[in-house]
Design a protein around this ligand. Structure first.
Ligand code: XMP
Length: 509
């Protein structure tokens, strides 16, 4: 097992960011809810207590027993975590006179403290707190201050325990990476050996051990996660991995054959199943978005199940699940832990009675890409924009017909190829086209037309939870709009979506 930093989550919006920053230092870490502390073992080298929307003074404040953690292992409290430990030591935590939010600068830094080594005078930090630590008992020493906050950082004497009021994980804390490095490398003595190469080596070894000679089935989608999962499994168990790639008739133009070819080029044992018509039949007459999702998901399960049954003695179902899907998140409305739900194709495991294997379930999306790069997978697979499971089915507003799919595929292809040819594709997080159930009047030559309206949408985002519309150059939009109207029969109007998420969503359905 890896050297691990344990992050106890108290519900802060920044908890996952702490994990990503620690991992950027090539140190593995895991997030666990404060009320489900895992058993401490030799692999755990340190513990970070996150921030929280709660106040330590509140009656419902999370207040876990830290015996067995503090004093035993180097411990770093961030914001709430710092206030909690200060309060355990009889320090005084009180509401801030003004709510401190935003940039501040360190006016005092004790550079003899291991945690603050290398931090510059006046270093900018990010504050976000309603409570302040006002008084510290004798055994706690201040190691940093800002103009407004005397206890911006403290150390508990005789222990490797530290608390900081600011957020080192946030980009605006300019030397946050230095501080976290001081903590994980110098204080916790982690060796920074968790690299893509080491991940690949250990995960292939553990997949080999776990799967032995047993057969595994995996549904490929053309996306990054399932493709990287397949490549790892292929390296571990070779042709005992059976991949299934379904053409549901709702993929991008020529995507099925292109992606199938690139999978074959990777040496994957993959079966392409063209069942477009089955999906179109299942979708006939349905126009409600959730009903469409159900019809598509249900048909997928049927097809997958039939195909998997053709593989004699298959024992495992592999999935490309990633870490954000499995982190248990803290509900800010109460201290109970809830599991985050996500909308990938569900239900497969129950139907098929297979054991589940998820080789990427400890990784964030950008880490999956790094692993893919280290596995030398093609860039066009790794850099592909996210694409929803129900595909173009939720981008044709209203009922789906093969003709509408054809129109949308042609428009989408011109937009996506246009982005690629103009060097814009990688600047955009996700680009899509929506076909509206609206006809508008136009004129072509001397003739009046009455045809479809399409919407182009391109957004910037980091995780799809929030997004802003991309400010694509006017010249590009103008050219692509002309191309679409001139070349795609059935479309005479193009509009560009300039809404952000929230309050809009990325998809229209
Ligand atoms: P929204 O539209 O909710 O989309 O802002 C956020 C991200 O999720 C994708 N999405 C889906 N993915 N099945 C999926 O696998 C779905 O039903 C689904 N709906 C939305 C969307 O493409 C975007 O990346």
């Amino acid at each position: 097992m890896e050297e691990t930093i344990l992050i106890l989550d108290f519900g802060s919006q920044y908890t996952q960011l702490i994990a990503r920053r620690v991992r950027e230092l090539n140190v593995y870490c895991e997030i666990h809810p404060y009320n489900k502390i895992p058993e401490i073992n030799d692999h755990i080298k340190g513990v970070i207590l996150s921030g929280s929307p709660f106040s330590v003074r509140g009656e419902d404040a999370p207040n876990p027993d830290l015996n067995g953690i503090r004093k035993e292992l180097p411990t770093l409290g961030v914001c709430y975590g710092a206030q909690l430990m200060a309060q355990h030591e009889d320090g005084v935590v009180a509401p801030s006179e003004i709510r401190e939010y935003g940039r501040a600068n360190l006016t005092f830094i004790n550079r003899d403290s291991k945690l603050m080594k290398g931090m510059s005078d006046g270093s900018q930090v990010w504050m976000s707190h309603g409570d302040t630590i006002l008084e510290l008992p004798e055994n706690l020493e201040v190691i940093s201050s800002t103009h407004d906050v005397e206890v911006a950082g403290y150390k508990i004497k005789g222990e490797d325990t530290y608390g900081i009021q600011f957020h080192p994980e946030v980009y605006h804390t300019i030397e946050g990476a230095t501080l976290l490095r001081n903590y994980v490398v110098d204080i916790c003595a982690c060796t920074q050996s968790w690299t893509p190469a080491s991940f690949i080596e250990t995960s292939i070894a553990s997949l080999k051990e776990k799967l032995g000679n047993e057969k595994v089935v995996l549904g490929l989608s053309g996306g990054v996660d399932s493709s990287v999962a397949a490549e790892l499994l292929q390296r571990a168990i070779g042709d005992n991995l059976y991949c299934i790639f379904v053409d549901n008739g709702l993929l991008r133009k020529n995507e099925f054959s292109k992606v199938l070819d690139s999978y074959k080029g990777l040496g994957l044992n993959v079966t392409g199943v063209d069942v477009k018509d089955r999906f179109y039949e299942a979708l006939a007459g349905i126009s409600e978005p959730e009903d469409k999702r159900k019809a598509i998901g249900g048909t997928f399960i049927e097809v997958f199940d039939e195909e998997a049954h053709k593989i004699k003695d298959v024992k495992w179902l592999a999935q490309g699940t990633i870490y954000p899907d499995v982190i248990e998140s803290i509900s800010v409305k109460g201290p109970s832990a809830t599991i985050k739900s996500h909308h990938n194709v569900g239900g497969l495991p129950d139907v098929m009675k297979l054991k589940i294997i998820e080789p990427l379930n400890s990784l964030f999306k950008d880490e999956v890409r790094r692993i893919g790069r280290a596995l030398e997978m093609p860039a066009d697979i790794l850099n592909r924009h996210p694409f929803p499971g129900p595909g173009l089915g939720i981008r044709i507003i209203g009922e789906i017909t093969p003709e509408k799919v054809r129109i949308l595929q042609d428009v989408d292809d011109l937009f996506i190829e246009g982005l690629k040819n103009n060097g814009l594709y990688d600047d955009v997080w996700q680009a899509l086209v929506i076909l509206l159930p609206v006809q508008s009047v136009g004129v072509m030559g001397d003739e009046r037309t009455y045809e479809n309206v399409v919407v182009l949408r391109a957004v910037g985002s980091t995780d799809g939870m929030t997004a802003d519309w991309s400010h694509l150059p006017y010249e590009f939009l103008s050219k692509v709009s002309n191309d679409i109207i001139n070349r795609v029969k059935g479309v005479n109007r193009v509009v560009y979506d300039i809404s952000s998420k929230p309050p809009s969503t990325i998809e229209w359905e």
